[in-house]
Design a protein around this ligand. Structure first.
Ligand code: NAP
Length: 280
């Protein structure tokens, strides 16, 4: 299979690039511009699979940069569907737990009612719809709270803070499932060729506060220099945000586990791998 990876320089894109030989494109191929995509597909004939890891991912920024977010997250997947149809390639598009309102207390299945609570979530949901309308055979993989070594994310920032700040305040009232980018990369490669909506994340529901405690413990075990001696649980309201965030979005992963005969490992194990990879 000749694979084209969009968003190759992002967090997920970097993990994928490390896992497989592929044609990779970054910002220079603007997913919001159909002509850019067509030109790339013409330049590299024979593409049989497309993975879309490109997106506007700044949740707060999406509130104020609506046009940019819409182009990347809504028009982008629709464009991809059109191109994939034209060249006869399989598509896998990455979406988000933010398509859900996050006001419940039961893990979310693929068919559960959506209803985003902010503009980023709205664009991710509309992107799913437009892609499926343009190319119904596409696969959509919703994930949550990704961490890994490429790009900036809550987890890399947390580690930096643990190494530099004596006291940390971490949110305790939002629940989801962490997703380790290298684990996700392997699942993406297995899922490409399937169609429909799937959920993936590492096993186990956690808050950011619980994750911070586990990271400190694990980092200290590995001999990393940690200076934080106090991790204080705080409500999310403590950090004012321009938009609402979903409170509870653990994804139910039963469907993908069955489809791919997967045994998903817990986030604690993935966290250990993440930290070990940093010290070798
Ligand atoms: N990170 C998470 O916790 C999380 C959670 C749930 C779902 N997701 C989804 O997972 C996917 C991958 O996210 P990620 O964490 O890897 O994000 P990321 O690190 O921000 O990577 C996204 C990449 O897309 C590029 N990009 C943005 N607009 C583009 C455009 N118009 N055309 C081409 N490329 C463009 C970005 O380039 P620049 O850096 O130059 O802007 C960046 O390299 C996204 O669909 C995201 O919605 C992420």
């Amino acid at each position: 299979m000749t694979l084209w990876l969009l968003g190759a320089n992002g967090l997920v894109g970097s993990a994928l690039k490390a896992s497989i030989n592929c044609l990779a494109s970054g910002r220079e191929v603007d997913i919001g511009k159909l002509d850019d995509l067509r030109a790339f597909a013409r330049k590299f004939p024979g593409i049989t699979g497309i993975v879309n890891a490109a997106a506007f991912t700044n949740v707060n920024g999406a509130e104020t940069h609506r046009e940019e977010a819409f182009l990347a997250n809504v028009v982008g997947p629709e464009n991809l569907g059109i191109i994939a149809q034209e060249i006869g390639a399989k598509v896998l598009h990455i979406s988000s737990d933010y398509v859900f309102p996050g006001d419940g207390n039961i893990p979310l299945k693929e068919g559960d009612p959506t209803g985003p609570c902010n503009y980023y979530g709205y664009t991710k949901l509309e992107g799913e719809r437009r892609l499926l309308a343009a190319y119904p055979d596409s696969a959509i993989l919703r994930v949550s709270w990704i961490f890994g070594s490429g790009g900036k994310n809550f987890v890399s920032q947390l580690l930096h803070n643990l190494r530099t700040q004596q006291e940390l305040q971490v949110v305790f009232d939002q629940w989801s499932r962490y997703t380790y980018a290298p684990d996700l990369a392997l699942v993406i490669l297995q899922l490409l060729g399937h169609s429909g909506v799937y959920h993936f994340a590492n096993e186990g529901v956690a808050t950011k506060y619980e994750f911070a405690l586990a990271m400190r413990e694990e980092a200290e075990k590995l001999g990393m220099h940690i200076v934080t001696d106090k991790i204080i649980p705080v409500p999310s309201a403590q950090f004012p945000s321009p938009c609402k965030r979903p409170i509870y979005t653990p994804l139910d992963t039963t469907k993908i586990e069955k489809a791919l005969s997967l045994k998903i490992r817990p986030w604690q194990e993935a966290l250990q791998d993440y930290l070990e990879a940093l010290i070798v």
